[in-house]
Design a protein around this ligand. Structure first.
Ligand code: CO
Length: 470
């Protein structure tokens, strides 16, 4: 895709609280801040990070106030940043042979990086930058500078942890899971009560060969782990010459993909369902419902046929323009809670980064917002309508695209007094490859553009973000 490589160029400029020029009208009710995270620098001198996911963490903030947009960006001065930029080397944090998940390998050796470049959350009243090791960073919400690592008010030992927490809409608790390696490998489900930094152990399941998992799903009654057959045996990490973390994972499709359903109240593994193998990074929403007099649990997620979505993201491939965004199928899995066979259906092709209204989390819902890769020279944003079991239309219902623009993750912000699910705005940090700079795009829930605000520079393609009301 032409221009695509622009999204992998190092950024070095940092600005603070800068007024962005706004074309169009940003709704005045939008009065909070959007924070985003992602890798934005891969080279220092001759040293180069090997995998896209290994770039230095870079945070952006867009503060909305009365239709104005103020922008701040910062590389938090982490140990990883200092080692790379001040010592002129990525050595010790990344290596040319160890990939993205080498962080976990380092952790098993007692030395893991603090390059928290995946996501953001609010934990214990603070803004936190997240990665897939437990080294999460407390971040100053104004300057985006590192305040320190997050101290957990518990004594849990964790190795690999999801950076995709799910906030319970009722209690405000952040739910997650981690994998603990050892003589006994286990997946552990936890929750962090609102206002605390305490990970409470909810339940666990022992596994012989842990899988690489990236996100999970929460419903009103269950927490659902989706376990693809990309598996390892942790003793492999400890062998000399075993390579990067991800190299120790094997795709074993004959195992199938398992859904592990935990009761939220009991913490017990109440159901286990195996379906033909697929890989996934991201779930969308999930919920229970009654359908045809039977109870089922619905999980929407982006599925891939195999693990190539993980292995195709080397910097060499991306900077050469030879690879594409991972492009999966938005799929709905219907898991009966009464012993019937599971089923799935396709909702849309060629999408990633699914988001939905936080007000519909854990409930039946109508709209998924996602990136779409079905165009040349850019990425569209789409709204996939996923209701319609009652006979309505399903599939891609709305679309926003512009030549030369690659869109970022579409974050939906509901109108505080809105009625309809789509009453709100979609915020997406996009890359204008012709102008070689990024632009924050504000769309309504029908993906009609309301406003855009060009940035002073190009922010490389990032991962995830959240909007927080002030
Ligand atoms: Co993710």
């Amino acid at each position: 895709m032409a221009g695509y490589e622009t999204g992998f160029r190092d950024l070095t400029e940092e600005v603070r609280d800068r007024d962005l020029p706004v074309e169009g009208n940003v709704p005045a009710w939008l009065d909070g801040s959007l924070y985003r995270n992602g890798p934005a620098r891969w080279t220092v001198g001759d040293a180069e990070a090997d995998h896209w996911f290994d770039g230095l963490a870079h945070l952006t903030k867009f503060a909305f106030d009365g239709g104005a947009v103020r922008y701040t960006n910062r590389f938090p001065r982490t140990d990883a940043y200092r080692a790379a930029v001040e010592d002129g080397s990525f050595a010790g944090q990344f290596s040319s042979t160890d990939g993205y998940l080498s962080r976990v390998k380092s952790m098993l050796a007692g030395d893991s990086t603090d390059n928290a470049n995946v996501h953001v959350a609010r934990i214990g009243g603070e803004l936190v930058a997240l990665t897939e090791t437990p080294n999460w960073l407390r971040i100053d919400p104004e300057t985006l500078e590192r305040r320190g690592t997050l101290d957990y008010d518990d004594d849990l030992t964790t190795h690999h942890v999801t950076a995709h927490l799910r906030q319970d809409p009722d209690s405000g608790a952040n739910w997650g899971y981690f994998t603990r390696f050892g003589r006994r490998n286990e997946y552990v489900l936890f929750r962090i009560p609102e206002g605390t930094t305490r990970r409470e152990r909810v339940g666990s399941v022992r596994v012989e060969k842990p899988a690489y998992m990236h996100s999970f799903a929460l419903t009103a009654d269950h927490a659902v782990l989706v376990e693809p057959p990309l598996v390892t045996h942790p003793t492999k990490f400890l062998l000399p010459g075993a390579g990067g973390f991800i190299d120790n994972y094997d795709w074993e499709p004959s195992r199938g993909t398992r859904f592990l359903l935990f009761g939220r109240d009991s913490g017990e593994l109440v159901r286990e369902t195996t379906v033909p193998a697929f890989f996934t990074f991201h779930t969308a929403n999930a919920f229970e419902r009654e359908r045809n007099d039977a109870a089922e649990l619905v999980v929407d997620l982006v599925a891939y046929d195999d693990d190539s979505a993980v292995t195709d993201l080397s910097m060499n491939a991306l900077r050469g323009g030879g690879a594409g965004f991972p492009s999966g199928e938005l799929r709905r899995y219907r898991l009966p809670l009464d012993g019937e066979e599971p089923a799935h259906e396709s909702l849309a092709d060629g999408v990633e980064m699914p988001r939905f209204s936080p007000e519909r989390h854990t409930r039946e819902y109508e709209h998924v917002f996602a990136q779409s890769t079905e165009m040349d020279g850019g990425n569209a944003l789409v709204r996939v309508d996923v209701g319609g079991d009652g006979g309505g239309e399903r599939g891609v219902a709305r679309r926003w695209e512009e030549s030369g623009i690659f869109s970022g993750e579409p974050i939906f912000v509901p109108h505080p007094e809105g009625d309809a699910e789509a009453d709100g705005v979609v915020l997406s940090l996009c890359l204008d490859t012709e102008a070689e700079r990024s632009v924050l795009v504000v769309l309504d829930g029908d993906l009609t553009e309301l406003a855009r605000a060009p940035l002073p520079h190009a922010v490389p393609f990032g991962f995830h973000g959240e909007y927080f009301r002030d």
